[in-house]
Design a protein around this ligand. Structure first.
Ligand code: PEP
Ligand code: MG
Length: 917
């Protein structure tokens, strides 16, 4: 039987390269892309990738390599050595490699890199001999000891980068060196000895002198880091599930620390914040990998590269630009690259799809499909079809275009504290918090709390707090720092490198000039300009919202709105199902319509009962002792309800409107505080005792399973009569207007579990509706249908469809009742379920396709067996969740219905599902 392959080779030539970008699941993103670049003949230093499957085996067996792996590694290592003409550990001319992690999905900063592996006390001399640069040799060795100590041995011994950093600072002081590059070869050699002692002190063993041992320990460290707390947290926050593990890349080293014609950097093929087609990046001369992001030296802006003294830089810059343009075209996505220049020659060390804001993503998609820059009018390469462009976008991208921005006038008047780099878009207002864990705890305790995380810089351990914060502000770091990359990926407001901030973590203060701000003080960040302000600046809606909802003419000229409109148009051209909205007021209905809603999928009538004096009428109904008094109370509600429906029908002007009969238990309409009960008694002219007794009698142990939904109208048919009168009355009225409005009311009966329940109410509804229509002498058609939100309804959907003309899946209740999780109390145990991976995500947010989804599919299938043209939709919260929308398309629903601001997202998701097929 053929051996399972765990170790792959890339580089040198297309023939020798064993992978490509399609193999991300096995080679990880980095390994697959290195192979892909090697296939395209780009200058990639050759290397080896150990697969994610080996990592999965390692995790499963508690630290064992697959039996075939070591043999395969030896063979591939030999191939690498032969091609490089160097041998690992050779005292005369050693091959050096970097060890780099890389899962199928990029997880910035989650797993670390070790450079210069293969250096030992003897091989460093051979290396120096070969490269002819003693300074480079000792610099590489000290970096290797530092990274190996921190990344490989740190997790077991507590050794950290900081332990080495202290020694570097002290030797710099000793020799009065400004930068690390000012240290001489001799001084670096001295530092190597000091580092080895630091290592031995903590690890209790000398620094390993066998390169194969170095390699083995490093591979184990990368595999081990897959299950580290911070990697798990990142995966949890970013909902990354189902990956095998990380691959390990052993990349032959190229050296950016070989003097003034060498360097290293990172670059984005375009601006990841705005999407502008201007490559941006940072680099450092005479430096190695981590220096650029570590903030030890301040990196230079990519634009400065062609102006460096040595001519080699202009050439390297031009080569890099060409390669970046090629990569964008090849991957059909903006790229984020790492490069090194060794003595004037450019090498590509990595490429991956860039993390970018929603705005940048939409701009990329629209411009690459139209060949036009929406901001400058300039030409752009046209490399995507409209369908491809839509597939590069996510619901969150569109959502970010709907982000609040500061009120322009208020921002002008606000007190500017300082400014930094505009690393993540939008506006954020919050209270200063210095510790990530405090930010996280505060928001956990008070979910509405608004905090801004203020730090020197962030690290992967801070991701929980960064996520919880409204925005992130750092005093150091550039556009490619950890804070910038992570926040941008989330579309979170972030300002980096605000160097005027003097942060004192101990005192919990941040000082700018004379001014001192304490933890808890309010600040406002404009992540699009990098400006930091005192206090709370009011925010204003995005240009898209302004154009769509307020019909603002100026906003309609905004390129952001124009791009949004383009994406929406393409979405509509591709999708196969309708998108409706959940709305219960004319205002929300109008907004939803402007966002593209094609009807109302759920109008929750109970929301109308709380407005103004209406609550008193429903309370009177609740207190009434007989049918006559109940009818009298409902009569007061009727005129209000009818008016509401008239408004909604007008707003939807000809589009279908599904109105649901009263659903919540009656106890939701009565006061529970003594004071309020007294007021109720007084206002309705009844003794207090009557109120307290009625409130008590409405108490239920499981109100969600109690007297609610259709059960209310079965007990009090007059309720159903009143609501039918209001709906059909309103429909007839608007149909009779001078400029008649076409109406398509769909009366929906909630919480049906049996056909008999539906039959009972359907008769009442039809009788009442027919009588009104007959009297009104106007032709109004209407439908009567039901929600499918109790599992029994889905299981008996064939019977129910005999009566119901439509089904609307209420997946909130259907999830509640299928899992048996209270939708109101899941918060008490959900975090444990997510932590322990008992649930992949919150089932009330993302539809449980394997369980609840089966009931939806079954409901549709059985229902249509009885009534082939049965209209089916979904109106639970899942109707606005992109993955759930895609499921609904596959399940054959006619429409999804979601809140107004999620309509554009649902339109996109529906189009993506149709394109994917
Ligand atoms: C549902 O249960 O999914 C639904 C839409 O109804 P509600 O959330 O009002 O119970
Ligand atoms: Mg419900």
């Amino acid at each position: 039987m053929a051996q399972k392959k765990y170790v792959y080779f890339y580089g040198v030539s297309k023939e020798l390269t064993e992978g490509d970008t399609s193999m991300k699941a096995i080679l990880g993103g980095k390994g697959a892309n290195l192979a892909e670049m090697a296939n395209a003949n780009l200058p990639v230093p050759p290397g080896i990738t150990i697969s994610t499957e080996a990592c999965a085996y390692y995790s499963k067996t508690g630290g064992k390599y697959p039996p075939e792996m070591e043999k395969q590694l030896k063979v591939q290592l030999k191939k690498l050595e032969d091609n490089m003409g160097k041998k690992l550990g050779d005292p005369a001319d050693p091959l050096l490699v970097s060890v780099r992690s890389g899962a199928a999905v990029s997880m910035p900063g989650m797993m670390d890199t070790v450079l210069n592996l293969g250096l030992t006390d003897t091989s460093v001399l051979g290396f120096i001999e070969q490269c002819g640069n003693a300074r480079t040799g000792w610099d590489c060795y000290r970096r290797f000891i530092d990274m190996f100590g921190d990344v490989v041995m740190g997790p077991y011994t507590g050794l950290t980068h900081h332990d080495f950093e202290v020694e570097l600072e002290s030797i710099k002081k000793k020799y009065k060196a400004q930068e690390d590059t000012d240290l001489t070869a001799e001084q670096l050699k001295e530092l190597v000895d000091i580092y080895k002692k630091v290592y031995q002190n903590k690890v209790k063993k000398p620094f390993p002198q066998d390169p194969m041992e170095q390699l083995d320990l490093s591979i184990r460290a990368v595999f081990g880091s897959w299950n580290s707390e911070r990697a798990e947290k990142y995966r949890q926050i970013n909902k990354i599930n189902g990956l095998l593990g990380t691959a390990v890349n052993l990349c032959s080293m190229v050296f950016g620390n070989m003097g003034k014609e060498s360097g290293t950097g990172v670059a984005f093929t375009r601006d990841g914040g705005t999407g502008h087609s201007m490559p941006m990046g940072e680099y450092l001369i005479d430096a190695q990998g981590e220096d650029v992001v570590a903030g030890i030296r301040t990196p230079k802006h990519l634009d400065d590269m062609p102006n460096e003294d040595s001519k080699v830089w202009a050439k390297a810059y031009a080569d890099l630009q060409k390669i970046m343009a090629r990569l964008e075209k090849h991957y059909k996505y903006p790229q984020d690259v790492e490069f090194t220049v060794q003595e004037g020659k450019l090498f590509m060390l990595q490429t991956r799809n860039a993390k970018r804001t929603g705005l940048a993503g939409v701009r990329w998609a629209v411009e690459m499909a139209t060949g036009k820059d929406f901001f400058t009018g300039e030409n752009q390469p046209k490399i995507l079809t409209q369908k491809e462009a839509l597939m590069t976008l996510s619901g969150e991208d569109l959502e970010q275009l709907l982000f609040p921005i500061f009120d322009i006038e208020a921002e002008k008047k606000a007190q500017l504290i300082t400014s930094g780099l505009p690393a993540g878009p939008g506006a954020a207002v919050g209270m200063i918090t210095f510790e990530a864990h405090e930010a996280e705890a505060e928001v956990k305790k008070h979910p509405r709390a608004k905090v801004v995380l203020v730090r020197h810089e962030t690290s992967p351990e801070d991701v929980g707090g960064m996520w919880a914060a409204q925005g992130v502000l750092t005093s150091t770091g550039g556009m490619t720092s950890h804070a910038a990359v992570v926040a941008r990926g989330w579309g979170k407001c972030c300002i980096c490198g605000a160097g005027d901030l003097k942060i004192d973590y101990k005192k919990k203060t941040v000082t700018v000039g004379e001014k001192v701000y304490k933890a808890g003080d309010w600040i406002s960040l404009n992540g699009s300009t990098g400006k930091v302000y005192e206090g709370q600046i009011p925010t204003q809606v995005s240009p898209v919202v302004s154009a769509v909802v307020d019909n603002n003419a100026a906003a309609k000229k905004d390129p952001i709105y124009k791009m949004y409109a383009e994406v929406s148009k393409w979405s509509d051209a591709n999708r196969t199902i309708n998108v409706r909205t959940n709305a219960d007021t004319p205002k929300d209905s109008t907004a939803a319509r402007a966002f593209g809603a094609e009807g109302i999928g759920l109008c929750r009538t109970e929301h109308m009962f709380f407005e103004g004096d209406r609550i008193w009428a429903i309370r009177e109904f609740i207190l009434a002792d007989d049918e006559k008094s109940r009818k009298a109370a409902l009569a007061k509600l009727l005129k209000h309800q009818q008016k509401d429906f008239e408004g909604i029908f007008k707003a939807m002007d000809g589009l279908p409107v599904t109105v649901r009969l009263l659903d919540p238990p009656l106890h939701e309409f009565v006061p529970h505080a003594r004071k309020d009960q007294q007021e109720m008694a007084k206002r309705l002219g009844v003794p207090l005792k009557k109120v307290t007794e009625r409130v008590q009698s409405l108490h239920e142990f499981n109100p969600m399973l109690g007297h609610r939904g259709c059960r209310l109208s079965i007990t009090y048919p007059e309720l159903c009569v009143m609501q039918t009168k209001a709906i059909i009355g309103a429909a007839c009225k608007v149909a009779r207007l001078k400029k008649p409005i076409k109406v398509l009311p769909e009366i929906m009966i909630p919480l049906i579990g049996t056909k008999a329940e539906l039959d009972f109410l359907e008769k009442i509804v039809r009788k009442e509706a027919e009588a009104i229509i007959a009297k009104a002498t106007v032709k109004v058609s209407y439908m009567v249908g039901t929600m499918i939100e109790i599992p029994r309804a889905a299981l008996t959907a064939d019977e129910i469809a005999d009566t119901a003309e439509f089904f609307s899946f209420g997946t909130n209740d259907l999830t509640q009742m299928t899992f048996g999780y209270s939708r109101d109390d899941i918060g008490s145990f959900l975090p444990d379920y997510l932590n322990e991976k008992i649930l992949p995500s919150d089932p009330f947010q993302h539809l449980d396709q394997t369980g609840v989804g089966q009931l939806v599919k079954m409901g549709v299938r059985l229902g249509r067996e009885t009534r082939p043209n049965l209209k089916c939709g979904i109106c639970g919260e899942h109707g606005g969740d992109p993955e759930s929308v895609k499921f609904c398309v596959k399940a054959g629903l006619d429409y999804v219905s979601c809140s107004p601001y999620r309509v554009p997202i649902a339109r996109l998701a529906a189009a993506q599902a149709a394109i994917k097929g």
